[in-house]
Design a protein around this ligand. Structure first.
Ligand SMILES: Nc1ncnc2c1ncn2[C@@H]1O[C@H](COP(=O)(O)OP(=O)(O)O)[C@@H](O)[C@H]1O
Ligand SMILES: [Mg+2]
Length: 496
């Protein structure tokens, strides 16, 4: 072997790949901290040191979390929120896209703002500065619609917003005032094109803001300046009718948070508020989004953004490359793994380990505040988190079971479901206010390949009586016949 062949063995690259030297972790001094001043996450893989997350040691308090559905993103968020509240009395606002957090927040004694319960958000509210508010509303419109391609409609919308603000200086206008301003600009003397553009603006605002519903048309019942210091707050967006309206609510709330943040005194080392964006892809992805601005400015005010997503490419490059902490949980798609590895630059060893992750495993990538770390990415085999007890309900015509979550998970595992299947079922509960219909549960078990008799014996074990089983399977049979889906189910209930 010539000298040239030895060269790679001596290079830093080989060392990083840990052929002769095990890949190292950040120092004891960085990882360990006082529990009264930091949030415990779990034990590191190599040195088994407890890792305590301390934003004072990091470039900023922002966090990005990526991982497939069921990898443990929400569990990690809940752990961070619970412990930050205990350690620093930190407040939290969760922008809850799918209503996943609401039951947990209710159980933890937090506050839930539910759009289906008549809450409304006036986009024109809180005008600390009317012209910047107008710019922000136009910004949201540009992110969520194609208005940027229509300069005349943009100008007309902007003018209508300005006119609405100018109408009555003592009263905060609403979306209705904007529509009125547009309608009054429509005249017979206008060119045909101008009147068509005005109509398009009216249509845009009516559609985006759901005219006929109260969510964006009434006066605000949601007061963000109070919510930023109200402990744990969940803004439940799942009842809003579309992805666009949920994004609009998210962007508006983030804009209000940014405005209020800029009025605060600089805090620097205190963590005052955690803002959670989970799966809000349009909001986290767009470089023009206020989420990016909060990441740029939040640190000095003690405001932290936590962005979680199944798809790392849905998180803007600025957020992904600037967040002080990135948690990489289980990833499956090669494209996503390559993207994250490329962005964070960790070794092949760590990439391999990520491929073998199970629920709760994490690679943590940190940007220290002081000098750069020579080992910025390290592994925690299992996040040592906590969640308050959750009660899961299974409902059917004459069926009614309630289980503590961990207990149901144990029962499903002992019945023969694997980790991924159990996580999927638990996920379905989480996405529907912790309640699943018995029919849906049967369909999931059938999808996993369990026979009818095995499913019946599980349901019996969970406590179902014979009559309720007959009624369950007969209603399944009816809905199948209705939907013309394959063979009708048999009504015979055999004993194993
Ligand atoms: N570190 C962990 N330790 C124990 N259970 C976990 C852990 N992380 C996740 N889980 C459980 O796995 C399931 C899926 O986690 P979840 O946080 O909802 O995933 P995601 O938000 O990524 O879809 C939940 O039942 C959760 O309680
Ligand atoms: Mg989740």
């Amino acid at each position: 072997m010539g000298l040239l062949s030895f060269q790679p063995l001596l290079s830093g690259d080989f060392r990083a790949r840990g052929i002769f030297f095990p890949p190292s972790e950040p120092s004891f001094h960085f990882l360990c901290d006082s529990p009264s001043n930091s949030v415990y996450i779990g034990k590191t893989r190599i040195s088994s040191l407890p890792y305590f997350w301390n934003p004072k040691k990091l470039a900023n308090p922002h966090i990005a979390i990526v991982g497939i559905s069921g990898s443990g993103k929400s569990y990690l968020v809940k752990t961070l929120l619970t412990r930050a509240s205990i350690v620093w009395n930190t407040n939290a606002i969760i922008l809850d896209w799918s209503g996943e957090y609401a039951p947990w927040v209710a159980q933890a004694g937090g506050k839930i703002i539910d759009f289906s319960a008549g809450e409304s958000l006036n986009l024109l509210d809180a005008p600390s500065d009317v012209s910047s508010r107008t710019t922000q509303i136009m910004g949201a419109l540009e992110i969520l619609t194609d208005i940027s391609h229509f300069s005349s409609q943009k100008r007309l919308s902007e003018q209508a917003l300005e006119r609405a603000y100018g109408k009555n200086k003592r009263k905060i206008p609403t979306m209705q005032d904007v529509l009125d301003a547009l309608k009054s600009a429509k005249r017979t003397g206008n060119s045909k094109k101008l009147n068509e553009d005005i109509d398009s603006c009216i249509y845009r605002f009516e559609k985006l803001c759901q005219k006929g519903k109260n969510c964006f048309f009434g006066n605000s019942t949601i007061h963000i300046n109070e919510l930023i210091s109200s402990g744990l707050v969940c803004i439940d967006l799942h009842s809003l009718p579309s992805e666009q309206t949920r994004s609009l609510a998210c962007l508006t709330i983030l804009q209000f948070i940014l405005e209020i943040m800029r009025l605060q005194e600089a805090q620097r080392d205190e963590l005052k508020l955690l803002v959670v964006l989970d799966e809000a892809w349009k909001v986290a992805q767009d470089e023009k989004s206020i989420a990016v601005q909060i990441v740029r400015e939040g640190r000095k005010y003690g405001f932290s953004l936590i962005v979680a997503s199944q798809n790392p490419t849905d998180i803007s490059k600025t957020i992904l490359s600037n967040a002080g902490t990135i948690f990489v949980l289980r990833l499956l798609l090669q494209e996503y793994k390559d993207y994250v590895k490329g962005s964070l630059g960790y070794s092949e060893e760590i990439a391999q380990e990520i491929s073998n992750f199970t629920t709760g495993s994490a690679a943590i990538h940190i940007i220290p505040r002081e000098k750069p770390s020579s080992h910025p990415t390290f592994i925690i085999p299992k996040i040592d988190g906590e969640e308050p007890l959750a009660v899961l309900k299974i409902r059917g015509d004459s069926l009614k079971f309630e289980f503590e979550k961990e207990d149901l998970k144990r029962k499903l595992l002992s019945f023969g479901l694997d980790d991924a299947q159990t996580a999927e079922i638990v996920q379905k509960f989480a996405a529907s206010q912790n309640t699943l219909s018995a029919e849906e549960l049967v369909l999931l078990l059938e999808k996993y390949g369990f026979s009818r008799s095995r499913i019946i014996s599980l349901l019996r074990e969970l406590g179902a009586g014979e009559e309720s089983l007959i009624s369950l399977f007969s209603s399944l049979q009816k809905s199948r016949t209705r939907a013309n889906l394959g063979k009708p189910a048999t009504l015979v209930i055999e004993n194993d």
